[in-house]
Design a protein around this ligand. Structure first.
Ligand code: MLC
Ligand code: AMP
Length: 488
């Protein structure tokens, strides 16, 4: 079964139903039915074909949330293309790496973002491409695809510092969303407020796919803006919201009467991508009258474990394995540990990606006898609830965006005046963690100039919030930096 078959229940079966509302970057308001989305993506399929794209080709998008991202996704499903979503906050260094690794035929972008792409990128202007599509026929082209057809290369930071493309198939996306729609009782009557970025799996694989499969209504915003979010809840009256913990922390700022009114309309609020502090869950429950459902996933596996919809949503835990996922918790040697003992989570199921794009070494390091090693450390209670306790690597998660210290450390070491560098996560009340750099630097070190330089190279969420100068990094006898000994 291809992904299109399950989308067709909405694209064809609910063609006349209102599907999507959003504001475009030029301020214009768009309202579309599922039939409109079908026609638009058909026209785009013809336009992409006319530009030479065929099954298996990669096509990147470097765009903020807007309706064209949806059109592109649907056209790719129909043509068997492989979409490469690119975080709009990425800058030169990150962009260069992804583009050289994925080698997309082109990257679709808007003028404001296109200027950040390396000069040798084959960039397609979003407005021009959609203008060309508007004169194409609205008849469907559907290339035969099945669950094994790759649909997306999504870059996820690796412990090596350079990110790797997880090869996600049509079957991965279908399995993930079909399970979530049934597990979370999502129906065509729901109203989903979408503020998560569409270039990551939380907004894309969960948000967009649950919407298309259930046939509910979606309001899409360019991004979450904490000053406006509560007003959006009031005007749209969603029944469904997916967010990262930083968004829920922001929503706690809202006055109690308004929060309570929003909470009465809300049927389900889901949190993931970073740990949700138990205290935030409790404060949200008191204010909004809703118990947030926390779930756990990854780019490579989509969703793995979640608290139950009908059952105890236990604060501080990520709940129980989802219906299609096998989970085991292992020691370093790969043996299953008893309940109550911490170990690494290994997962297996039709949700797990095919491997890393053109990285057989990284793929064989991450998979063991059909199990994917998540790198997350967790413990299972006797009744099956899983609590995450951290990671094997020193990943920092800031506002739901992942940061691998090694990538920043490598860049710092290339700078004049820096002899040694170590980057760690410091606690932050809203974003969970923020990166802080410890540097051993000589007299040539100029922090202000360095900040300006780094901003052109790295996404803003990766820029160290502080540079702490120290005389020497604490190291083991073997020379490994002991980050836990750095002053915080
Ligand atoms: C943040 N910024 C964005 C942006 N999100 N810019 C453009 N588009 C976005 N989507 C920039 C802002 O411009 C600002 O830049 C800085 O980030 C901080 O923004 P803020 O609004 O002041 O911060 P805050 O209120 O803390 O909110 C940040 C946030 C953002 C929660 C909106 O962190 C966010 O959207 N996080 C979602 C990440 C996500 O989707 N993760 C899923 C990964 S998948 P400047 O220059 O002023 O600093 C995964 C698997 C799984 O992990 O299990 O889901
Ligand atoms: P990414 O590589 O961006 O897909 O991020 C995946 C990582 O986010 C996982 O490996 C976890 O470390 C983390 N993560 C996702 N959901 C949760 C959660 N509910 N609690 C804690 N960490 C989470």
């Amino acid at each position: 079964m291809s992904l299109l078959t399950v989308f067709d229940v909405s694209l064809l079966g609910r063609a006349g139903n209102a599907a999507l509302e959003c504001h475009q970057p030029d301020g214009s308001r768009v309202e579309l039915t599922f039939g409109d989305l079908e026609a638009r993506s058909n026209q785009l399929s013809h336009a992409l074909r006319a530009r030479g794209l065929a099954r298996g080709d990669r096509i990147g998008f470097f765009l903020a949330n807007r309706v064209e991202v949806i059109d592109l996704w649907l056209a790719a499903v129909k043509l068997g293309l492989i979409v490469v979503p690119i975080n709009v906050l990425y800058r030169e260094r990150e962009l260069r790496h992804i583009l050289s690794d994925a080698a997309p035929t082109a990257v679709i972008s808007s003028p404001d973002l296109a200027s950040f792409l390396p000069a040798d990128t084959s960039g397609w202007n979003v407005t021009e491409l959609w203008q060309a599509a508007a004169s194409q026929p609205a008849t469907r082209i559907a290339v035969p695809c099945d669950a094994g057809t790759p649909l997306s290369l999504i870059y996820t930071s690796g412990t090596t510092g350079a990110s790797k493309g997880a090869v996600l198939t049509q079957g991965n996306f279908a399995t993930n969303a079909l399970t979530l729609v049934s597990s979370w009782a999502i129906t065509a009557a729901d109203r989903y407020l979408a503020t998560l970025p569409l270039f990551h799996v939380h907004g894309l694989a969960n948000g967009v796919h649950c919407w298309l499969i259930s046939g509910c209504h979606m309001r899409l915003h360019e991004r979450f803006e904490h000053g406006k979010a509560a007003a959006w809840f009031e005007s749209y009256q969603p029944t469904l919201f997916f967010g990262v913990p930083a968004m829920y922390v922001r929503l706690l700022e809202w006055p109690p009467e308004q929060a309570r009114a929003i909470g009465r309309r809300l049927r389900l609020a889901v949190s993931g991508s970073a740990p949700l502090p138990a205290e935030v869950l409790e404060r949200f429950r008191v204010l909004y009258g809703q118990v947030i459902l926390e779930r756990y996933g990854m780019t490579e596996t989509l969703m793995n474990i979640g608290n139950p919809y009908a059952g105890e949503r236990r604060a501080g835990t990520v709940g129980l394995p989802l219906a299609h996922v096998a989970v085991k918790i292992c020691d370093e040697a790969g043996a299953t540990v008893p309940d109550g003992t911490a170990g690494e989570l290994w997962v297996r199921g039709p949700n797990v990606c095919d491997g890393y794009w053109r990285r057989p070494d990284a793929t064989s390091a991450a998979w063991r006898e059909g199990w994917f090693r998540t790198g997350d450390i967790g413990v299972r209670a006797a009744d099956g609830y899983v609590t995450l306790q951290g990671r094997r690597s020193d990943l920092i998660i800031s506002g739901g965006f992942n940061i691998y210290p090694r990538e920043i450390e490598e860049l710092l070491l290339e700078q004049d005046g820096i002899r040694e560098a170590a980057v760690v996560g410091a606690p932050d009340p809203v974003r969970g963690e923020v990166p802080v750099a410890y540097v051993v630097a000589d007299a040539a070190f100029d922090e202000a100039a360095l900040r300006v330089r780094l901003a052109t190279q790295l996404a803003s969420f990766k820029l160290p919030r502080a540079f702490v100068r120290i005389d020497v990094l604490p190291r083991t006898a073997l020379g490994k930096v002991q980050k836990h000994l750095l002053p915080r």
